[in-house]
Design a protein. Structure first.
Length: 168
């Protein structure tokens, strides 16, 4: 088997396992960025506490971008570009589930409740203690950042792959 046949076999294996790859890339995006970015987030969060940036966990978001770039620069796995969809579905589920009893909180409307508890500063969270931001908004932001980093990483991967083929 030549090197070109091995590469086409590897490519076909990657393509046939899109959903598995999407799940694995999503797990790397969410768990990896939250675990690695937790301590930097704890150190710098006081600078944007109670602001609009707080819900998106900027240090975790930056970690996700860097992680997406380096993982996909090395692996070149295209499902990483679609990881943001997993985060969006998770956020939509969280917003729907958490807002079922919005009328018991004193919020003006369901959308107001969702905005305050998922995207607003800490002072606007109701009795949820902003757990919606931690469990739903931060993973969404991490998946979006990971997909953005992956787009640049895949671009670098493809350029390196073309260079290696030209050299061979």
């Amino acid at each position: 088997m030549t090197s070109i046949d091995a590469k086409s076999l590897a490519q076909s294996l990657r393509d046939s396992h899109f959903l598995l790859g999407l799940f694995l890339q999503g797990a790397v995006a969410i768990l990896g960025s939250m675990l690695i970015g937790f301590f930097p987030e704890a150190l710098i969060s006081r600078y944007y506490y109670n602001s609009g940036f707080e819900a998106y966990s900027p240090a975790i978001l930056a970690t996700a971008i860097v992680l997406g770039y380096f993982v996909n620069r090395r692996l070149g796995h295209s499902p990483a570009l679609w990881v943001w969809v997993v985060g969006l579905v998770w956020l939509a589920y969280g917003a729907y589930d958490e807002s079922k009893l919005w009328y018991t909180t004193g919020a003006i409307s369901r959308m107001s409740f969702i905005g305050d508890n998922f995207f607003g500063p800490t002072s606007k969270c109701s009795g949820s203690e902003c757990l919606g931001e931690l469990f739903f908004t931060t993973p969404f932001a991490a998946t979006v950042g990971y997909s953005m980093g992956a787009a640049f990483g895949l671009r670098s991967y493809r350029k390196a792959d073309k260079t290696n083929l030209a050299i061979s």
